[in-house]
Design a protein around this ligand. Sequence first.
Ligand code: SAJ
Length: 432
Amino acid sequence: MLSDKKPEVCVLGLGYIGLPTAAIIARSGCRVLGVDVSEHVVQTIAEGRIHIEEVDLDGLVQGVVGRGMLRTSLSIEPADIFVIAVPTPFDDQHAPDISYVLQAASNIAAVVKPGDCIILESTSPVGTTEQMRDLIARLRPDLKIPGLTGDIPDIAIAYCPERVLPGRILEELTNNDRSIGGITPRCARKALGFYKRFVRGECVTTDARSAEMTKLVENAFRDVNIAFANELSIVADKMGLDVWEVIRLANRHPRVNILQPGPGVGGHCIAVDPWFIIHGAPDETPLIRTARGVNDGKIAHVLAKAGAMIEAHKPSRVACLGLAFKANIDDFRESPANKVALALAQRFGSRIAIVEPFAEQLPASYADLDSSLIDLDDAIESCDMFIVLVDHDVFKSIPLAERAGKIVYDTRGIWPDQPAASPTPGHLRLVG
Ligand code: SAJ
């Protein structure tokens, strides 16, 4: 049985994970203070608006702010539960930077009191939760700290990674299973009681280090599997095979499930998190490291292939379809599609047009280039070559009649009915 008294919650970091998490906790009836270092973010949310795009998030935030359940501030205040959702970037050498986590922990140390629970959600290298615990112990010698005292500790500290998919964050925040890793089993149980208030998926308890590794492993697993698909697409290209057809057929085997090739792996998670494992065990991770190389290398392959097709077919105008890092979202950061389109725009200038229904204007990196953002109808009318870089639904639904006669390079395999390009010999359309 959950106790009737709803805990006061403080969420540190109001980005793609922190804001939806804060809003969902507020919707469950807890009063939430959201803290961020950006005045713009704090102010925007305080007005019931949002600074990021995510399905249904605007209405939810407007509602919880309007009812006074979610407030925002630049500075921390006492609470019963602290949830840390700050960035953990890596540097040029791919070494993880946990300074934002430690800064958040030291801010919490200033206000934490006996009975409180501190939960880290940021993707973190193994051992980060313990480092955070050690920092709090140094800053608050008056408190009995879990794992460092023989007595019952005053506070609980746990790691519980988010695992939501951009574009489905609210649904997955509620319905996905969660791994909750405590510094001690008692810490895990305390965090479990909190997550059960708003998570419908199963919450499984473990230790903090296992939970940290679980998160990294999930994304590394996906990276390795996408790398397999991307490598296959390059092999199929060399052999003149249709990689999509090969994957479709292979996936009819009951124990084979190959993922989809594309122009590379983008986003802020799958291309980043495997490095946290590699950094922790550099000599033991040849497979994970190679997968990173294959996925990053796919961008150059697509670029070379697209350039060769343009040189061979001499289209008057080429439409690059999509800039986002994946389908149906407006996030262009770390996007292979954007990297390919930008490089083509630099090389071919005004012959390259960009179609991106999720953009109102081209990113700043296109400022000095002659390429333009055009709408899809325009592209269908004026472009004689299409390079599919993102599998947005709106692109998938273009009927064959509107693509007939176009030269097509479909890096996402969204148009299985597209006839192979001619007159260049080979299987140009078939390249993944
Ligand atoms: N991609 C492919 N082929 C595929 C699947 C994906 O090329 O078959 C590409 C996408 O186009 C994109 C990239 O991979 O560029 C990543 O997309 P994604 O949809 O696989 O994942 P993300 O980055 O949006 O979210 C991932 C998810 N992790 C897993 O599926 C294991 C999500 O659950 C995590 O919460 C999120 O990372 C995170 O925050 O860590």
